[in-house]
Ligand binder design. Sequence first.
Ligand code: DGY
Length: 356
Amino acid sequence: MAHDAGIPLDAGEARRPLIVATRALPDSTRTALTAVGELRVEEKGRPLTPEELRSAVAGADALVTYLHDRIDSSILDAAGPQLRCVANVAAGYDNVDVDALAHRGVILSNTPGVLTEATADLALAMILALTRRIGEGERLIRAGRPWRWEPGFLLGSGLAGKTLGIIGMGGIGAATARRARAFGMQIRYTGRSPISPELAAELNTGNKLELDELLAGADVVSIHCPLTPATRHLLNRERLAGMRPSAYLINTSRGAVVDEAALVDALAAGSIAGAALDVYEHEPAVHPGLLELENVVLLPHLGSATIETRTAMADLAASNVVAVMSGSPAVTPVPLPGTSGRGSSGAPDSPTGLAR
Ligand code: DGY
């Protein structure tokens, strides 16, 4: 029950948890959260500045955060020692200092699974847009440039029989591979661990490859690994040079997995054929060199951007908060360093839509 300021709580009546969300939430999410606490939504029509974030979180028991919110020690200190969980409305959680949370015993959850299909849809759309030069054609028409059908006009590259190399065969990587199979592509992959024999059979793929081998043999390379210290600039200058000159690179995971400056050089030099990017190293800034190039498709981080998916992500974040506020394990906890990998007391390790 809410209390007016200045009216003391009845003896024995517990304070309702304060839940602070940094962006507007769907009605269903608000309803779920207000059932377990006081909800304060700090929507400003833009990400909060670090100062605004620090002041917004003061006194919170739970935070509902987004990928643009940098959650570090200073935010956790500003929240206070009563903070019990951070529910990040994203599969990726590279915006969160996991050591700082682990150190304070704060639970972290993410939203794996619910954005798998939407992100894979977009990855496939980007493969098609790039290989069939859809952006180039659209730009040409919109610029009012003269054109007519010609036998050799804007020829792209077909997908049937080509090889798709997946970096990170988690949920999204596998969903992208399934779609690519329907276009007649062969699937190869690299990742942290081998996929199950069942999935390998379904995708008609062989053993997990080393990254360099994958890059050397793929016609299209699609990135689906999370951004971690180990994957920052995974696609660096040398690795990009190891791709085929006819190959295309697709990135729907996190921009900093690719060395963007090296990518611009590779594209400009024609050492790879093209790139389709939904994410950027210094998002929302886009390397100016990319804007000069025709052989790129540039999207503003739309992977999960469907009404259904964004609602499901917010609802899953709310389920995590509700669980923790009710004394249960988080539903989709992120295993934190130095902990048992369980989101409080006994929940299994989180399956993740992004995998290495
Ligand atoms: C995620 O969930 O990590 C996505 O990038 C959000 O769109």
